[in-house]
Write a protein that binds this ligand. Sequence first.
Ligand SMILES: [Zn+2]
Length: 78
Amino acid sequence: MPLYEYRCEACRIKFDLLRSFADADAPARCPQCGGQDTKRELSRVVAMRSGGGEGAESAGGGSSCAGCSSSNCANCSR
Ligand SMILES: [Zn+2]
């Protein structure tokens, strides 16, 4: 289950939450004030590739992998 980062608009704190992908955009409850005025931050996982757009890993079906520095590792067995 991916780890998402949220920020509470009321108390300006950040907190992490483990949620399913389907719940990622659902309002998260702030652990400090209990409010739901929260916004999801870009997670570290998504922001891993700098300078590129997002959504690269959702499509393509294994065009790249974590163990390979190339952007296209079709020859890679993993
Ligand atoms: Zn709060």
